[in-house]
Write a protein that binds this ligand. Structure first.
Ligand code: FAD
Ligand code: SF4
Ligand code: SF4
Ligand code: SF4
Length: 431
């Protein structure tokens, strides 16, 4: 198949004039992999192909492309939306305690989705598809389908053909709830082109998405360590509490591995921003720009804002942007405990609504080396920095030690030997 990497045909952000049959889409660093261009192509000329870092990107099959421009019109990165800095904001949690325990935050996704199902609709969300536990979007028509969507999958999901499936359902007059990252919602809305009264879009506040290839490497390491593959991975297990959530992997031999989120190597790499998609570091889909009807998130800081809604089993932040969102939220009212809050009370503990994650210096090193080295080792090296950075740090430490030694000699001469020795011994290596 003759493919044109779309990134090789990139304009400067806004749509450039189309002089040949080859489309110009989002720049490589801006492309979110939302699949809107692929879904919009009437000739099926676009395929999503994993790049060297494991992120899916569009590629055009030149022989099929007729230069119609439908993909360009669908690309949300070429025409970012306006921010919504005045949504209706709530702290909220479902009254169904078991549901809240099974959800990442306050269980609001399921509450919104249940209304769509009750009206005979389709709910789109993310599952880890067995046996390889690959994150993909699927449609659910019942409670069992919703259950698999619950919980955050900290890896970029592949929407596959769900944009077209959602459009087909809407054309058939069915209610549709589509959930995903802001860039996926932006892509869906641009692909659909016009508002539909049957559509409800629900985005998460999104810190960023790790590479599927890094997640695959983590699963391979788990398999090698345990001697059998994981059959489920839950990254937000609330066995201890919401704040002290853990990553629980269950294996084919029924054994389990439970790790604190902040000691798990995969989550540490995610939280250190070492394996996020490049577009996440310059994200233009946040701040309500996606056009989502509702934004849901963890309400970090709820203990200060509304202690009555904090029992450490999970509280959601809910941001309502549109009339459709208000109607859906009102339909949940009887099943949800909620209190109105201000936007800055949400963003204080959740800056990801406003600001993208900064790209750390070690990212390039991590993404180049993770395939051939153990994740733990790659993570430590990436965090430690390059050899000139490490050398500079060692020099700084040596200089500090020398300064302390000089100080010590001075103190010793005045009879304070014990404090000098104490200062030398306790000086941290990284100082
Ligand atoms: C990659 C990622 C980054 C996040 N970053 C933040 C953050 O910075 N701050 C914050 O407050 N919250 C963040 N969240 C969202 C948060 O963890 C909860 O998912 C959200 O609060 C919903 O919780 P819930 O209890 O209502 O429902 P749950 O049932 O736990 O929510 C599941 C919902 O998340 C969707 N989902 C799960 N995994 C993915 C995925 N990989 N891609 C797209 N959608 C997915 C499902 O489709 C479903 O709609 C993030 C989630 C993910 C997946
Ligand atoms: S220009 Fe038209 S035919 Fe070519 S890839 Fe884009 S949508 Fe498909
Ligand atoms: S539509 Fe989405 S996947 Fe296609 S180029 Fe634009 S951002 Fe990338
Ligand atoms: S941070 Fe932005 S670009 Fe990255 S996945 Fe989230 S919404 Fe998309």
């Amino acid at each position: 198949m003759a493919q044109i990497g779309i990134e090789a045909r990139q304009g400067r952000g806004r749509r450039a004039h189309r002089d040949t049959a080859r489309p110009r889409l989002a720049a490589p660093e801006a492309c979110t992999g939302c699949t809107a261009c692929r879904a919009a192509c009437p000739r099926d000329a676009i395929v999503m192909v994993a790049d060297a870092e494991g992120f899916l990107r569009p590629a055009v099959e030149a022989a099929r492309c007729v230069g119609c421009g439908a993909c360009e019109r669908a690309c949300p990165m070429l025409a970012p939306g306006a921010p919504d800095l005045a949504p209706d904001c709530f702290a909220a949690r479902t009254g169904d305690h078991a549901l809240r325990l099974a959800s990442s935050s306050g269980g609001i996704f399921t509450e919104l989705a249940r209304d769509t199902l009750a009206k005979g609709g389709l709910v789109f969300g993310v599952i880890l598809e067995p046996p390889a536990l690959v994150a993909i979007h699927v449609a659910a028509e019942d409670e069992a389908g919703l259950a698999a969507m619950r919980g955050s999958k900290y890896v970029q999901s592949d929407p596959r053909d769900t944009f077209r499936e959602a459009r087909a359902a809407l054309r058939a007059g069915r209610p549709v709830l589509y959930s995903g990252t802001p860039c996926q919602i932006a892509g869906l809305r641009r692909f659909l082109g016009r508002p539909d009264p049957n559509l409800l879009t629900v985005e998460i506040i999104c810190h960023g998405v790790p590479s599927p290839a890094v997640f695959a490497k983590y699963k391979a390491e788990l398999t090698a360590e345990r001697g059998c593959p994981p059959v489920s991975i839950s990254a937000r297990n609330k066995h201890y509490s919401w704040r002290k959530c853990s990553l629980v992997s269950t294996f084919a031999d029924t054994s389990e591995n439970c790790e604190d989120l902040y000691t798990n190597r995969y989550i540490r790499a995610f939280l250190a921003d070492l394996c996020l998609r490049p577009s996440c570091h310059r994200c233009v889909a946040r701040e309500g720009r996606s056009g989502a009807d509702v934004t849901i998130a963890d309400f970090w800081g709820i203990e200060k804002v509304c202690p009555a809604l904090d029992d450490d089993w999970g509280t959601s932040a809910v941001l309502i942007h549109t009339e459709a969102g208000r109607r859906a939220w009102a339909a949940c009212a009887g099943r949800v405990e909620a209190a109105p809050v201000a936007l800055d009370q949400v963003t204080q503990g959740n800056p990801a609504y406003l600001h993208p994650a900064r790209e750390p210096r070690g990212r390039a090193w991590f993404m180049t080396h993770f395939r051939d080295n153990p994740l733990e080792h790659t993570l430590r090296r990436a965090l430690a920095g390059s050899w000139p950075e490490r050398l500079a740090r060692h020099c700084r430490t040596a200089a500090r030690r020398l300064a302390v030694a000089c100080l010590g000699i001075f103190i010793t001469n005045r009879g304070g030997a014990s404090s000098y020795l104490h200062a030398c011994v306790t000086l941290p290596a990284s100082a």
